[in-house]
Ligand binder design. Sequence first.
Ligand code: MG
Length: 247
Amino acid sequence: MTVNLPATVSDILLDIEGTTSSIRFVVEVMFPYAREHVAEYLQAHWNEPAVQAAVDKLARDVGQPDALTWLGELNAEHERQGRVVAAVQQLMDRDAKVTGLKELQGLIWDRGFTSGQMVAHLYPDVLPAIEAWRSSGRRVWIYSSGSIAAQRLFFGHTTAGDLLNRFSGHFDTTSGGKKEPASYQRIALAIGAPPANILFVSDIADELHAASQAGMLTALSVRPENQPQPAGHGFGEIRSFAELAQA
Ligand SMILES: [Mg+2]
């Protein structure tokens, strides 16, 4: 079943992972990149305030009051860095969603994207659809659980180039969780359009359910790498953005 794009749709709200881009990119490229580069990154940037701030938070992630208490007993800088590297590996092994780790990963990814060592994946149908929507006067927005800073880094360095100027704005979990209807009401208010004029595209049926409860139109993104969604979810499915045919 394809999804018609009614003329009343003024705004399109896009999820990232499983929608504009492969979920495999994060798992198979971004996380391994952080893991492989953390040691050399710390060595090169150890004394920068942003790195020290992240290490201080990482100390709390591992149950220490601060970086000084955690690392102060180690005399050599390389030993302190070694302890931080080991902590990062362990936290990543158990997929911990903790502040210091996320912050340090963000710094390493920033370096990876801006240096061109990492290029964000984008399905080939995404940019042509965005251009078509924009030329019909529609606005395009992003809503992802990744931070707005991470979203901007991602879309600033994609396989189709820097796409940041195509988007009217970004939303993350500071607007609320993606499975909560209230988040979509907040986003509609921020966009300044009635929910009925907004189409939300995501690979997760529960997110579409929340958006639909808030009054938005929805389309389920079905990409080869995505998790199958519960049978009978009832949402219109697209396998390419080209299927969001303009009525
Ligand atoms: Mg997704």
